[in-house]
Ligand binder design. Structure first.
Ligand SMILES: NC(=O)c1ccc[n+]([C@@H]2O[C@H](COP(=O)([O-])OP(=O)(O)OC[C@H]3O[C@@H](n4cnc5c(N)ncnc54)[C@H](O)[C@@H]3O)[C@@H](O)[C@H]2O)c1
Length: 327
């Protein structure tokens, strides 16, 4: 297929691009590099530096795209509460412009990066796709708005749409000379922050709250290896059905507390990891764990690296070789 990947210079988009190319697809990456990195761009993909808002310049009817994988977004929940207008403009307005272009060029399918944040504080665990959507931050709201737009688009205009709702993505993609991983700036994710501490770039790991109703009082999150997540996108491309908007959660189905994550980081790196307990953060649910049963049964998806140990091992290898060695 000829595919457009928005956000293909980012963490997840660059890894999916790599896998699409390896599977024989042709890929055009559209990214404005606002948070992405040119070093993550696949040399075999065509690169267009630009905003998703201007996607119509790339997705022309003549270009003959068979599908779009839409990763481009701003992703910091905390920032989205301080600058909501930035998030609505970038994530939602940008996605609506992309949909206009997709419709005008009659592109048949689209896979969208949605998020566990659309569920807010879940009333039942594990979280199924049928759970109530009630985001507790603007980031989640901007993503839910796009999910809703995709449902309408599929019903009214026949788009084959799939939303993949990721839980906490971790790890790196390391294959031969290819090394792609997490380089968010600022970093807000637990594992790369812990690696910063281990590497001496931060003093300590802050854990927000240790009085939650969980086994050790710290929040529980569900982690998924980025390579497993990426493979689900290739499956979603073929599972997309005209006129339907299909939604799948992607997680491992089991959760780990923040303290358990810290223990695994110590074990994998062999370094001390000082931890400081800070007050709870507003809007942080005690536990977020996905039910990925639907992805397993409907997409035929099976995670190959389900353990936290695998994720931290790959994240550490990437961090050590690509970030520390080259800085
Ligand atoms: N990382 C996670 O744990 C996680 C969890 C749930 C959902 N997601 C979703 O997955 C997607 C990718 O996340 P990531 O971690 O790879 O983030 P990232 O910041 O590494 O990548 C996002 C990419 O999108 C580009 N971009 C942003 N706005 C753009 C715009 N308007 N036009 C063109 N390019 C633009 C950035 O330059 C960047 O390369 C996002 O949509 C995010 O909401 C990520």
């Amino acid at each position: 297929m000829k595919l457009l990947v928005t956000g293909g210079a980012g963490y997840i988009g660059s890894i999916v691009t790599r896998m699409l190319l390896d599977a024989g697809h042709r890929v055009v990456v559209l990214d404005d590099l606002r948070t992405g990195h040119s070093v993550a761009l696949a040399p075999e993909a065509e690169f267009v530096q630009g905003r998703v808002h201007d996607a119509a310049e790339v997705i022309t009817p003549e270009a003959g795209f068979d599908g779009v994988l839409h990763f481009a977004a701003l992703i910091q929940a905390g920032e989205s509460m301080i600058k909501p207008e930035l998030y609505w403009q970038n994530n939602t307005v940008g996605s609506l412009a992309l949909l206009d272009a997709v419709r005008a060029a009659k592109v048949p399918r689209l896979v969208f990066s949605s998020t566990a944040a659309v569920y807010g504080n879940p009333t039942e665990l594990p979280i199924r796709e049928t759970a109530v959507t009630a985001p507790t931050n603007t980031y989640g709201s901007t993503k839910l708005a796009v999910d809703l737009a995709l449902t309408s688009e599929a019903v009214a205009h026949g788009l084959a749409a799939v939303s993949l709702r990721y839980f906490n993505v971790a790890g790196a993609y390391l294959a031969g000379s290819v090394a792609l991983g997490e380089r968010h700036a600022p970093e807000t994710h637990l594992i790369p922050i812990a690696l910063d501490v281990v590497a001496g770039r931060r003093e300590k790991l802050q854990i927000f709250g240790d009085d939650y109703p969980t086994s050790d009082g710290t929040c529980v999150r569900d982690y998924i290896h980025v390579a497993d997540l990426a493979r689900a996108h290739l499956l979603a491309l073929t599972a997309a059905r005209p006129g339907e908007h299909r939604v799948f959660n992607l997680g491992s189905g089991s959760g780990f507390t923040n303290r358990q994550v810290a223990d695994v980081v110590r074990e994998v790196t062999g370094h001390p990891l000082p931890v400081e307990v800070a007050p709870r953060r507003e809007g942080d649910p005690a536990a977020l764990v996905a039910s990925a049963d639907l992805a397993r049964t409907e997409l035929g998806w099976t995670p190959e690296k389900p353990t936290l140990h695998d994720m931290v091992t790959d994240a550490w290898a990437f961090y050590r070789d690509q970030i520390l060695e080259r800085s």
